[in-house]
Write a protein that binds this ligand. Sequence first.
Ligand SMILES: [Zn+2]
Length: 382
Amino acid sequence: MSDIIEKFKQQDQAARIACQYNSVPDSVPRIALCLKAMRKDAVTVDLKKNPGSIKAHYSNLQTCGSVWACPVCASKISEVRKNEVDELLQKTESKHHVFITYTVPHYSHQSCKIVKDLLMSSRRKMKAQKKLKSQPDFMPYSELMKYYKYDGSVTTVEVTYGVNGWHVHAHELLIFDDEIPELEQQKFHTIIQTNWERALRKNKVEIHNYQAFKKRAVITEFLTETGKNRYSDYLAKIEKAQDTDNAWGIACELSKSHLKKSDHTEKESKNITPFGMLAAMAQDHSLYDEWSYIFAEYMQTFKGARFLFFSKGLKKKYGISEISDQEIMQESDILASLYGFFEKSEWEKIKAKKLRAWVLDNSDFEFSELLNRLRPQIYNNR
Ligand SMILES: [Zn+2]
């Protein structure tokens, strides 16, 4: 199945869930209108092609700009964000970069919101830590930053779900003026780890398996000249439309996990991403009841949260433009050329027959040929 068709299918699932769990009476969630409802001033639904593009995109339709819940908006937004990180890496080429991943120990009884809040507040606590009179050897995070001349950072949060519940982790790309020589890297890592553990303990996070914690709670990577760009992928990529079969397999396995609790430790690595849940539900409707509830919890937890966070003043310093997720989705396509358009009545039929993605996927044909192929599908009553 093409990527476009897969993403729209996942979007339909997310919209269905958003409507079902909508807590605002008499309202339609934006995702349910995304690339469905026409803009207020629009008369037709237009299809446009960017210079050099083979496939068209819609114009004159409302978009939701929800980077967490909508796979279609997410893919466009994350592409722009990835370019921002690439630009930052390029403009700070002469500096030094460290990529750190922070994880909170989590348990299946915890809600998504609890794990997310613990991660966020532990990060704040870690950054605010002061020197300790009782432990003169302890170097607070802020001092470590000062020592290597911290310049700024970009942070993102990622979520998956597995037998041990919600797994929320943060990736942070740090920029330093000073190099961290190889001989000092292990010490750097240990200081971060000690600070992180302290912050978690302040938040009363239970650490059941200390060995696993030591191994996984903080992962530090010192970036070398080559291969820096893969970190922008890491940071900006929410997910590619998930490999459906794989997502379905994991979803089924996790669904049955309550039947085989003893396997938990082995299965720990088999986590599913939120868009993977959508892919699994789209493939097998019997999974909807269980997974829609879990996805709804995630969606409510992350609603309105920022996806990629540049530290204060960093974008300005390196001349990277400020653009919101909404603005990315509404960006005018001044350079795009008109490929074709649909009257409102025809668009209603396309939506009803769930052919929104099909139209885009077939837009490499001449528009007249696309219509020849489309019309039998929308005017038959089967
Ligand atoms: Zn959307």
